[in-house]
Write a protein that binds this ligand. Structure first.
Ligand code: SUG
Length: 452
């Protein structure tokens, strides 16, 4: 029986709509898919349609689904800030000639990975009873560090009600406060509307710690996670800071959501995900109170870190589908195509754990840049009053899904190569598409180019 004192709440997923400049520039050191696919031809139209189909599937399954609009790319303002001048077209030509790597960074459609947009704490966890948002500063990668301003504006547009939603600025303070948002943040609870335990996972401790030295960058710092926990007004007895193992980072696990995922009272994880598993289990058990937590741990012997990262089995969404007993894993198709991983998953749903169903989605275009189903979404737990305050333009409906599919067909290219980034037509196409998007979503002028 649900406790009458616990407000009914749901977990809503907001997915990043994939932008028309989706391409493979090899920008993310330590993200193996990004490096392996560098300079390949991308398919922006297919990418956006895969993302939309994934959102629609979750909507069909009865989950609340939201859409976050893409950012303006290329980011001409950043190029100007870096000293390129003249008309917008001249800025592109000059950047292409003298600093093509900077142009590629300013062209990345990386805001699609909404798991890195922000850290979100539900109102049942926060001191002031509001939902708290901190946009991620994404300091580790230049092409991602330029997302935060627009992300902040977008979140304030979607969750526009001071009584229910509190918006913080992205953390300042340089690399010591590197923050990659919800990709390193899990929450364990009995029911979504109940106070939960927020589990922050960091890869480095920047102020004096030798363990932090890894060959691949550890992107999330302990200092950043602690600052967010303070700013969100989380109860100190309900916060855990756990270190991701360096082994994972060295194997290409650049975010924690590549090796673990949580939902309600379940933590599904690779055996080697955390630096000190015993300590983590102890702390979770201590802080979670009456509700036992299920640790569903995949042994390294069954699935190696290499296979886990290649198949992105943990970059899945673990969800409760209304009317369905047990939890469902929404997994990337790649985890079905790896025979070992697939056999393991089939066996897993027969075991005595809450995970009972598998659903596979095709997000291959995003996967080639290291972004699986879970990377594409930002989870926001909302009670009924808060849900009613979400800007309805951003809620996926049958209608919006159809309209956005047509919009993609109309505006997106089939293919994009590194050379195409020098084509000034791409800038005009992007602006035309975003201009129409703001009309579809009834947003007025949202983007910089609309205000110039
Ligand atoms: O930050 N890839 C993204 C992938 C983000 C995945 N997010 C989560 N795990 N939550 C990144 O590394 C590659 C872009 C390129 O190489 O063109 C990129 O940015």
């Amino acid at each position: 029986m649900p406790d009458a004192a616990v407000p009914h709440a749901v977990e809503m997923n907001f997915d990043g709509l994939i932008g028309n400049t989706h391409n493979y520039a090899g920008l993310s050191h330590g993200n193996l898919a990004s490096a392996d696919n560098a300079k390949r031809i991308s398919h922006p139209r297919q990418a956006a349609k895969e993302g939309l189909a994934k959102m629609y599937r979750l909507h069909q399954l009865g989950l609340k689904q939201g859409v976050l609009i893409p950012q303006e790319r290329p980011d001409i303002a950043t190029l100007r800030h870096l000293g390129f001048s003249g008309t917008d077209q001249a800025v592109i030509v000059k950047a292409h000639k003298t600093a093509p790597h900077l142009l590629a960074m300013c062209y990345s459609a990386s805001s699609m990975w909404a798991a890195n947009a922000a850290t979100v704490s539900p109102s049942s966890d926060t001191e002031d009873g509001r939902v708290h948002f901190t946009p991620a500063n994404l300091k580790s990668m230049f092409h991602r560090s330029i997302e935060q301003g627009t992300t902040s504006k977008l979140l304030k547009t979607v969750f526009n009600n001071d009584q229910h939603f509190a918006h913080h600025d992205a953390l300042g303070g340089g690399v010591h406060f590197g923050d990659e948002g919800a990709a390193n943040h899990n929450r364990l609870c009995a029911e979504y509307g109940e106070q939960g335990v927020e589990l922050f996972v960091y890869g480095k401790q920047d102020f004096g710690d030798a363990q932090s030295i890894t060959t691949f960058p550890a992107r999330q710092s302990l200092e950043a996670s602690m600052a967010i926990a303070r700013k969100h007004g989380l109860h100190s007895g309900k916060v855990i800071m756990a270190r991701q193992s360096s082994e994972v980072i060295e194997a290409g696990g650049f975010h924690n959501d590549v090796v673990s995922v949580s939902n309600k009272n379940v933590l599904f994880m690779h055996e080697l995900a955390f630096a000190d598993k015993a300590e983590l289990f102890k702390q979770v058990t201590m802080t979670s109170g009456h509700q036992p937590i299920h640790f569903v741990e995949v042994p390294n012997q069954a699935i190696s870190l290499h296979d886990a990262i290649k198949s992105y089995l943990f970059n899945s969404q673990l969800v409760n589908i209304p009317g369905t007993e047990g939890m469902t894993l929404i997994l990337p198709m790649e985890s079905k195509e790896n025979p070992n991983v697939y056999q393991y998953l089939l066996a897993l749903i027969q075991q005595d754990t809450p995970i009972k169903h598998l659903e596979f989605v095709d997000v291959r275009q995003s996967m080639r840049n290291g972004g699986g189903p879970a990377c594409l979404r930002l989870r926001v737990v909302l009670n009924e009053q808060e849900l009613a305050q979400v800007n309805p333009s951003f809620v996926l409906t049958e209608n919006l899904f159809t309209t956005l599919n047509h919009w993609v067909d109309k505006h997106y290219r089939d293919e994009l190569s590194a050379r195409d980034l020098a084509d000034p037509d791409l800038l005009n196409e992007g602006r035309a598409s975003l201009d129409e998007l703001t009309q579809i979503m009834q947003l007025g002028s949202f983007y910089n180019f609309q205000q110039a």
